[in-house]
Design a protein around this ligand. Structure first.
Ligand SMILES: Cc1ncc(COP(=O)(O)O)c(C=O)c1O
Length: 418
């Protein structure tokens, strides 16, 4: 079915009466491809790609900020928004609890964790700020963070340092690790008897590197150090379950690779920690052991929470394993074609399957990140983002399931010309 046909359908849906859950049924989501290397079956992926809205006039290779919703999820979300605005407070007063609990259950099942350890938040920033601001720090406590951690978490730790007198130590994560041990050592060499927590970015947004979280957390645990994990870019991108990480706290956003609407995330924490953490927003009404203490957000976009289930359904039609393979294939498709070009430097461990996914970072001699990103857009109509960071300087390239090999060929041609 061609894009126009899908769009025609979606226009019809938007104006029609309310539809039941599972709008995916109204779209022709293709059956999984058979045969070897399904991640390279371009007939299948062209059909999947058409399920995503696509911008006019440029190639979007900056899908790292957030993900666009596939049409079935987008339509479900719109319908639920319309329903909420039609039935208004009735939904909030009579159905809210059930909707949140259903989403919690669906998400817990997907993540392989206990729903009673899972809070639905607005994003990773809120989830991890809850832990960073709410941990009962004592003056002199130490925390090990990574030198490529996301700015919001670093800022939160800096504020906690100013407020509670904790000390931050920064691990230098190698850009092209030769082994897990090398990465583990970068963190564990900074552990002291005063270290209370290690903060690990699961999939680094700057470079796309996947960090061996479980190996770091295992060493930390032996020393009585808690692990807080930023899985913002890892969820629904690379395959894992919460127990795999061996962590104490995990925060993530669902508007990134799960492709839910903007404004949902989760905070998972081990049951034993729930009563120790102070919520960001006061809630003394619930028992201290209840994970829902961390969901006191005030009035919230309930339809967005409700569409988590639909985003999971769409994701699972493709499956985590195949989606991860496709995303990594797209990244390796273009990086393998430019890696030997003179003046090109790839800042991602792009050949090492267990250390990468969709995201890679490229630098070209003679261009600053801003200049490179600008020329890619101005001359070649390829949208990317410049990364100017003390450790990483290049342009981040992030294809998605909506990207085609032609999009990546255009990038390769542009980089070759430059
Ligand atoms: C590694 C990482 N952590 C956290 C975040 C913050 O996510 P959000 O803005 O959804 O809270 C991002 C956003 O890009 C990220 O890349």
């Amino acid at each position: 079915m061609r894009r126009r046909d899908f769009l025609g359908k979606s226009a019809g849906l938007a104006g029609s009466a309310l539809l039941p859950a599972g709008l995916g049924a109204f779209y022709n989501i293709p059956a999984l491809p058979k045969g070897e290397e399904p991640e390279k079956n371009e007939v299948y992926w062209a059909q999947i790609s058409q399920l995503y809205p696509r911008p006019e006039g440029y190639i979007n290779l900056e899908n790292g900020y957030f993900s666009h919703q596939p049409l079935p999820v987008l339509e479900f979300h719109r319908q639920k928004e319309r329903d909420l605005n039609t039935r208004n407070s009735w939904v909030m007063r009579r159905e809210q609890t059930g909707i949140i609990e259903n989403s919690r259950k669906d998400l817990a099942q997907f993540l392989g964790c206990d729903a009673e350890e899972l809070a639905i938040t607005r994003n990773t920033t809120e989830s991890l700020n809850t832990v960073i601001m709410g941990y009962p720090w004592k003056k002199g406590d130490e925390v090990v963070i990574g030198d490529q951690d996301y700015g919001s978490m670093v800022e939160a730790f800096k504020q906690a340092a100013n407020r509670y007198g904790i000390k931050l130590r920064e691990a230098s994560v190698p850009l092209n690790p030769v082994s897990d041990e090398q990465v583990v050592n970068a963190y564990s060499s900074l552990f002291t008897s005063k270290t209370r927590m290690v903060h690990i970015t699961h999939l680094i947004n700057l470079t796309g590197q996947v960090v061996p979280v479980a190996a770091i957390a295992a060493v930390a645990r032996k020393k009585g150090i808690l692990s807080a994990v930023d899985s913002a870019h890892a969820v629904a991108h690379i395959q894992f379950s919460i127990p795999d990480l061996q962590a104490d706290f995990v925060g993530a956003s669902l508007h990134k690779w799960l492709c839910n609407a903007l404004g949902t995330g989760f905070l998972w924490m081990k049951k034993e920690h729930i009563e120790k953490i102070w919520p960001l927003m006061g809630d003394t009404g619930l028992p201290k052991t209840n994970i829902r203490r961390f969901e006191h957000q005030g009035t919230r976009p309930l339809h967005t929470i409700e569409s988590i289930g639909e985003a999971l359904r769409f994701h699972q039609k493709i499956g985590s394993e195949l989606k991860e393979k496709r995303l990594r294939y797209l990244m390796q498709y273009w990086t393998s074609k430019v890696t030997d070009l003179p003046k090109i430097k790839l800042l991602t461990p792009h050949r090492d399957d267990k250390r990468c996914g969709a995201i890679a970072n490229v630098a070209v001699d003679g261009y600053s990140p801003d200049e490179l990103s600008k020329v890619l857009y101005d001359k070649f109509r390829i949208f990317t983002v410049a990364i100017n960071h003390p450790v990483v300087n290049g342009v981040r390239i992030t294809p998605h399931l909506s990207s085609s090999l032609e999009d990546l060929d255009a990038l390769v041609a542009a980089l070759t010309t430059l």
